[in-house]
Design a protein around this ligand. Structure first.
Ligand code: SF4
Length: 126
């Protein structure tokens, strides 16, 4: 029988049903059970959220000689433990227009293997 400290509870955010998920662990921290999901997507989400939670990172950055900021995001979710390092790299960007939506601004941000991309286009100032 699992002890209270051997269980983590999550709400699945993969669809509006919001299933209540429960993940059990053994004394070495390995996942031993996942319950509460209605589909395998939720099962996979629970496992990842319990062992290696990931998030998309979004930010806005200033562009030289451009009054409008540029919105950027990671191309995929990255492990939460790398978010601060990713934001530090994003803050150090030194960009000039023109920039197109989808342009890769940082490859392999914080050594995650994930790129940071522009989410909108900005034309050069005339
Ligand atoms: S487990 Fe499946 S049905 Fe339940 S919220 Fe997650 S994605 Fe939706």
């Amino acid at each position: 029988m699992l002890q209270a400290t051997d269980v983590k509870n999550f709400v699945c955010v993969c669809c509006p049903m919001g299933c209540q998920l429960e993940v059990g662990f053994d004394d070495k921290g390995s996942v031993t059970s996942v319950t509460g999901y209605t589909c395998n997507r939720g099962k996979a989400y629970a496992r990842e959220e319990a062992t290696d939670p990931r998030r998309m990172v979004t930010a806005v950055v200033c562009i030289k000689d451009c009054p409008e900021p540029l919105s950027v995001k990671t191309a995929q979710a990255i492990p939460k433990r790398f978010i601060d390092a990713a934001l530090t790299s994003i803050r150090s960007l030194d960009l000039t227009a023109p920039i197109s939506a989808g342009d890769v601004l940082i490859k392999d941000v914080a050594h995650t293997g994930v790129s940071v991309i522009a989410t909108k286009s900005l034309d050069a100032m005339l």
